[in-house]
Ligand binder design. Sequence first.
Ligand code: NAD
Length: 319
Amino acid sequence: MKIVILDGYTENPGDLSWEGFEKLGDLTVYDRTPADKIVERIGDADVVYTNKTPITRETLDACPNVKFIGVLATGYNVIDVEAAKEKGIPVSNIPTYGTDAVAQFTIALLLELCHHIGDHSNAVKNGEWTNNPDWCFWNYPLIELAGKTMGVIGFGRIGQRTAEIAQALGMKILAYDAYKNPELESESCKYVELEELLANSDVISLHCPLFPETEGIINKDTIAKMKDGVMILNTSRGPLIVEEDLRDALNSGKVAGAGLDVVSKEPIEMDNPLLSAKNIIITPHIAWAPKESRQRLMDIAVDNLKGFKEGKPINVVNK
Ligand code: NAD
């Protein structure tokens, strides 16, 4: 069985092993594949794995030997799953692998906004402490979270885990979700409608998927309903936020800080409005990427192929 991985670098830049796949067939791994090389590289392979490289109907027409497609990610919008279905090709994804990592990263963004540890460490190394007249100094307001309220938009796996950690820091949780599970409510965690969440949260963290109804959920109108000095976190998907509106709110001080791991167009373009905003931290979509969660992803991707080989495909998204 010939297996081709079109863009394996972000999953395994060299610190993991592809041996699980090697045991299942004749494996070729490309770090990345430009659009004009996709068909050539798939060639007569039986199995194709992709992370972000598109697999279109035309590609499938040109590569008739493909029998199984695996995604090295949860999202599979890069694949024409309907075209694959018509051709009898199952497409399997990785439903979940990084809940703890993404929740931890969300809290890391929040703690960085509260303490600016990186900036303060750099200031010390640059001599600011040495030359300071007092025994300590801080360059930003320092913020204690205990007693404050976090609004979680999208109370699924990552939203709930983030809320658990926030509660351990003494925060109260207001959760907003399209589907409510009353068993998740407690003294310090309540479901509310979006308006109530916006009006009462000191921190708002986005964990809902990107759907037409959630696109732009953070915009000038919803920001206007928030508390002055709110902090906004987004480790979900960039288009949940209207970036010009967030920039304006950060620059006016209405929003005191934002921590984002995702933006509307990735990699970020240098004219993205958020790059000119005050009090913002932007990281390059890395919340998912600790080695532990990439290993979990690798194990599930291998299991998906084993399932296919054994005639019992799992995690199929185009049944
Ligand atoms: P999940 O499916 O467990 O949770 C999503 C929640 O959003 C569900 O409870 C769902 O009911 C809710 N929801 C759906 N539509 C909604 C709406 N219109 N309004 C409010 N809530 C709505 O997903 P998850 O595993 O918690 O992942 C959440 C998001 O995190 C994913 O959609 C993905 O975009 C993102 N993610 C980012 C990274 C990263 O590296 N930054 C990694 C993994 C996942």
